[in-house]
Write a protein that binds this ligand. Structure first.
Ligand code: AMP
Ligand code: MN
Ligand code: MN
Length: 326
């Protein structure tokens, strides 16, 4: 059922033991919005646990509010009466955390993906919000007083999903929310530093390796590169260290669509797509079982060889780009 925010708030107030979950391969919005809603519900006296069903990349821990996040193992066996899923377009996005849900269907889903399937009992999904953390902020400011810890995790979600306030979805509401959060003590500098300036020498070596694989097609409008499992092993990097790499490909002048293929774990290839100004990449990945936003989307393919995934995704993207021009 599609719900209003009032409706969602009523449901949240009824919770006694709440589970808040984000998506696998978490980004700053999944991490920030889950941490924020957990803090908000705890301020209301709810026994709330925030769970990320995958490892949280280490650098997010520099933002104090993210340290309340738990893994599935840490809260397995706990009983919850209410489950809230954030920033996830379908139930498969929460991975193993599905086993923690009290019922098959989450009670509340809050999201901003155009590809959201409406899989909760109550669904609030609005692609006009630049981040799920913006929706959590709308709820939070009606319910509890803010402190720096809470304001900062919300700002983390907004900042990361807007590319630090530079994507097309950024408007006056985004800046107004950021200003409100800054008034409550949130600082953008430690967030930017943690998220954008955490690369180690080995990550840079991996980035160099990635750029060696760069291909440019469609008259310079499509650029793609890959990180293979072997490259990860050779440089001693984890998959999470490729965070931000696809943005480096999009940074090429004239490129409309950038794709990064990551082979991890072996037998699986994740494609991260980014567009610059007109191409709807969420439409491209839909045909491949993925999801996302018009300017940032992804899909995961189970294929024996990395090259199989590259051929398939590039083919679909190339024809979508050509259609766009006609
Ligand atoms: P990424 O490819 O991980 O950089 O993600 C870009 C956007 O697409 C994010 O909003 C993700 O939540 C979404 N996304 C990525 N992979 C998938 C997938 N397999 N299914 C649905 N949504 C996805
Ligand atoms: Mn996300
Ligand atoms: Mn998001």
């Amino acid at each position: 059922m599609r719900a209003s925010l009032d409706h969602v708030i009523e449901q949240l107030k009824r919770a006694k033991r709440a589970l808040i979950v984000g998506h696998v391969r978490p980004d700053g919005d999944a991490i920030g919005s889950v941490a924020a809603l957990t803090l908000i519900l705890r301020k209301l006296g709810v026994a709330a646990e925030g769970c990320i069903p995958d490892r949280v990349p280490w650098f997010y821990r520099e933002i104090p509010g993210t340290r309340i996040l738990r893994t599935v193992e840490e809260i397995r066996g706990r009983k919850f009466d209410t489950a809230i899923v954030l920033d996830s377009s379908d139930l498969s996005r929460i991975g193993d955390a599905v086993e923690l849900l009290p019922r098959e269907e989450p009670d509340v889903v809050l999201d901003h993906h155009v590809t959201n399937t409406g899989f909760g009992a109550l669904n609030f999904c609005d692609p006009d919000y630049a981040a799920t953390a913006m929706i959590v902020h709308e709820i939070g400011k009606r319910l509890v007083p803010y402190d720096r810890e809470l304001a900062e995790v919300i700002l983390l979600g907004i900042a990361t999903d807007t590319g630090f306030f530079k994507y097309a979805a950024v408007d006056d509401r985004t800046f107004a929310a950021a200003a409100e959060l800054a008034r409550h003590g949130a600082r953008i500098q430690p967030i930017a530093s943690a998220v954008l300036e955490h690369r180690s020498p080995k990550t840079i070596r991996l980035l160099v390796e990635m750029f060696r694989t760069l291909r440019i097609e469609a008259g310079g409008r499509l650029a793609y590169a890959y990180v293979s499992a072997e490259m990860l092993r050779r440089t001693g990097c984890d998959e999470e260290e490729t965070e931000g790499f696809v943005g480096e490909i999009r940074a090429l002048h004239g490129v409309e669509v950038a794709i990064l293929f990551t082979e991890w774990p072996e037998g699986e290839v994740h494609a991260s797509l980014r567009s610059k100004s007109y191409m709807d990449v969420s439409r491209v990945v839909r045909a491949l079982g993925g999801g996302g936003h018009p300017r940032a989307a992804g899909c995961t393919l189970k294929v024996p060889r990395l090259q199989d995934a590259i051929t398939r995704v590039v083919e679909v993207t190339r024809s979508a780009l050509l259609e766009e021009v006609l």
